[in-house]
Design a protein around this ligand. Structure first.
Ligand code: PEP
Ligand code: MN
Length: 342
């Protein structure tokens, strides 16, 4: 339920509504904006009657949210959510650039890659330690050892780190080693995992499922939000369609659609859908132009020898050029690439 106040509603009138809700045991989210001031009511609002609020002084409208996701909808929370990670803010004017290898293969490679991409301006380092590989014979990641290297590299370069979690039993490791916890496409609807991660205080990067609609994706985000973690960053990574000239079809239209439906930040991973490095670059540029709050790209010191996703991994040179290009695109739309250099 959303209660909208008249532009001239007094603080006493607003407080009256808040007290009424508190007395009935409801919590609320209060959003005071230049154009509109609203209260989003949290809980089982079937007990509330919109008409009751319409009669109160200072109230201009009261209605039920139609979407199945409530806390994540823009109706409930009109202003953009900004997710803080160290001294970076995702979802504000600055654009996050998450980069790094698909998998952490050994200690020296993650150091080499991190130093190089930092020099080009990446502000968050990615690296997989628990890999969701389609084949059981493919490299599965270094596990905790990989997370340990990633943490050390994050500390050395002064940069937050992000890695994918696959199992509830690994939560303590992620608590210890990473700054942003990634939920991969294959786990977007792993509701048991979502419910457990909702109790963590760390930001969650929620990738879109391979065959998930935007509504299903936002409902997965609602699992996190409704159980306590609203530090959610959505990540578009392509969906399965009839088209097979790329690995997946990158649905860039989800960026403006999400911006309309939700207040959550959204970033784009052009690497996994495009599957080939030369195709990744134009879609990374397009993601920034479309209004994404960040990108996540795979970069490798020697893509030909990578243990996973080599063909889509950018070389250092390609990444450096891409950074130069997206700086210009960001500037053209009144944004900046976030900087967290020491
Ligand atoms: C990844 O980012 O390493 C990954 C496996 O991505 P996705 O879950 O989008 O396939
Ligand atoms: Mn990958």
């Amino acid at each position: 339920m959303v209660i909208v106040f008249k532009p001239n509603a007094s603080s006493e009138q607003i407080q009256n509504v808040k007290n009424y809700l508190l007395n009935l045991g409801f919590e609320y989210h209060f959003s005071e904006g230049k154009e509109v001031t609203i209260l989003g009511v949290i809980g089982d609002t079937k007990r509330l009657v919109p008409e009751y609020f319409l009669k109160l002084d200072g109230v201009s409208n009261a209605f039920r949210i139609q979407e199945t996701y409530k806390l994540c909808s823009r109706t409930f929370h009109p202003r953009n959510t900004r997710v803080k990670v160290d001294n970076l803010v995702i979802g504000g004017n600055d654009i996050a650039v998450m980069a790094g290898p698909c998998s952490i293969e050994n200690e020296s490679m993650i150091y080499d890659i991190a130093r190089e991409i930092r020099r080009s301006g990446a502000n968050i380092i990615r690296g997989g330690a628990f890999k969701p590989r389609s084949s059981p014979y493919a490299f599965q990641g270094l596990g905790e050892e990989g997370l340990r290297y990633l943490r050390a590299v994050g500390n050395e370069t002064g940069c937050p780190v992000v890695s994918e979690i696959m199992a509830i039993s690994d939560i303590p490791l992620f608590e210890q080693y990473v700054d942003i916890i990634q939920i991969g496409a294959r786990n977007m609807q792993n509701f048991a995992l979502l419910k457990e991660l909702a109790h963590m205080r760390k930001p969650i990067l929620l990738k879109r499922g391979i065959s998930a609609t935007i509504e299903e994706w936002l409902n997965s985000a609602e699992y996190l939000a409704s159980k306590g973690n609203q530090k959610i960053i959505l990540c578009e990574r392509g969906i399965r369609t009839f088209e097979n000239s790329t690995r997946f079809t990158l649905d860039l239209s989800s960026v403006p659609v999400i911006k309309k439906k939700s207040h959550l930040p959204i970033i784009v991973d052009p690497s996994h859908p495009m599957g080939q490095s030369d195709l990744v670059i134009p879609m990374a540029r397009a993601a920034v132009a479309a209004g994404a709050d960040g990108i996540m790209v795979e970069v490798h010191h020697n893509p030909a020898e990578a243990l996973s996703d080599g063909p889509q991994s950018l070389t250092f040179k390609q990444f450096e050029n891409l950074m130069r290009e997206i700086r210009m695109i960001a500037e053209a739309i009144g944004r900046n690439i976030a900087s967290n250099e020491a």
